[in-house]
Design a protein around this ligand. Structure first.
Ligand SMILES: *Cc1c(COP(=O)(O)O)cnc(C)c1O
Length: 410
């Protein structure tokens, strides 16, 4: 008889977004006239920058001719994309990352999950709470946790609460951990980490031989040069960190699919036999075996984001979403709501009025304002009493949503 991976049975049944979908559908069925505005799931809404569309059209034409046709590409990605990433995202900012340390993929969600392939099964994993659920669930699937308790917290995971009380920066763990997930600018809270905060984590990792998994999916939304965009801006990070980046949010590729992971060559660990092992080599081996590269057409599109027109159009797209975020921050603040984030990330994290629970506030906003957001408690127990609104929407929807929000809470 075959067996399944029973770790999957530990996963909590009511995953956040299906539960939101269920409640929204029930409301919509009962109120077919209601024009619901969704500021829930973090998905982009605006069309692709023109330079990227042109590049992808040209890439399709390449595929239509024998002499410019492309079959399997390099598993690590094409040089025409890895090189501008290394030069413009890193070296131009004084950050030491080489093109051959960059692994192009079809998404950061898969990379953050797949990376567990090269890591041992008995690492103690630390995550912030609230957190991007992918880090937790992939570790549950890989058998790195115990069962969930009634609050949805898994045994063996170390939860590091991030709330207004600690200014959304986690304290160092009080028990030994091996792997730490950090995401800045942060999803869901929209907050950022200072250089000092990240240095504290890198120093901790160096001292305790930990690995930092740094998710920088929102780095392009940072508008202040004093805030780090990469963990590799931090001294010592090349020995302890892997960085995940994605084209999903900055150039609108959630539906196109392209991302990359940086594994520095200095990142090594001593195996149980005593040999020093390079994680770069392990990841290269893993990708070469289980992945056949991102599509040529898609990589051509991503590379166009690094041309002068592409850069300008990408910046305009980011500015558009960040103006939405600013409108949300201003609108909510004007009716007395306490808000966090929204300055260097397309998410606004608000304190629910009158200490309402996150789900009660969700229901109220849906019923009275026909607005959908995301309950903070869905991202972790410490998110209770908070609520996330996404700035990914049309200007008209954001403006209408703000007026409705105001009338619901005042
Ligand atoms: C959107 C997002 C990503 C991007 O994932 P893709 O699979 O590349 O679309 C990664 N991390 C976080 C925290 C995100 O919110």
């Amino acid at each position: 008889m075959f067996r399944i991976n029973e770790n999957y049975l530990k996963l909590k049944a009511g995953y956040l977004f299906p539960e939101i979908g269920r409640r929204v559908k029930a409301f919509a069925d009962a109120n077919p006239e209601a024009k619901i505005i969704r500021l829930g799931i973090g998905d982009v809404t605006e069309p692709l920058p023109a330079a990227i569309v042109t590049a992808m059209h040209e890439a399709v034409d390449d595929m239509a001719k024998r002499d410019s046709f492309h079959g399997y590409g390099p598993e690590q990605g094409y040089g025409f994309l890895r090189e501008p990433i290394a030069e413009q995202d890193y070296q131009a900012r004084g950050v030491n990352v080489a093109a051959d340390e960059i692994f192009i993929s079809d998404g950061s969600k898969c990379d953050t999950g797949n990376i567990l392939d090269i890591l041992g099964a008995d690492n103690v994993i630390a995550i912030t709470d609230p957190v991007y659920p992918v880090y937790v669930d992939t570790n549950v699937m890989a058998g790195h946790t115990g069962d969930a308790d009634k609050n949805g917290r898994y045994g063996k995971l170390v939860y590091l609460p991030v709330t207004a009380e600690n200014n959304f920066t986690a304290d160092l763990p009080s028990e030994p951990v091996d792997i730490i997930y950090l995401c800045y600018p942060n999803n869901p809270t929209g907050t950022v980490a200072t250089r000092e905060t990240l240095q504290k984590w890198v120093d901790y990792a160096l001292e305790n031989k930990c690995l930092i998994m740094f998710d920088a999916a929102y780095e392009a939304f940072v508008s202040d040069d004093s805030i780090p965009r990469s963990i590799f801006e931090i001294e010592g990070a090349r020995k302890v960190a892997i960085e995940f980046r994605s084209f999903s949010k900055n150039i609108g590729f959630t539906g196109v699919r392209c991302a990359f992971t940086v594994v520095p060559k200095e990142l090594t660990v001593t195996a149980s036999c005593g040999t020093e092992v390079s994680l770069h080599q392990l990841w290269n081996r893993r990708q070469s075996t289980k992945f056949n590269g991102a599509s040529y057409i898609v990589q051509k599109g991503a590379a166009a984001a690094y041309t002068p027109e592409g850069r300008q159009q990408t910046k305009a797209l980011i500015d558009f979403y960040m103006t939405n975020a600013q409108l949300l921050v201003d609108g909510l603040t004007s009716v007395g709501i306490t808000v966090f984030g929204g300055k260097h990330a397309p998410y606004v994290w608000l304190k629910t009025p009158n200490d309402m629970s996150s789900w009660d506030f969700f229901d109220k906003l849906l019923e009275k304002g026909h607005l959908v957001g995301t309950p903070g408690s869905g991202f972790g127990a410490a998110g209770e009493g908070y609520f996330r609104l996404s700035a990914f929407n049309s200007r008209a929807n954001v403006e209408t949503a703000i007026e409705r929000f105001k009338s619901v809470v005042s």
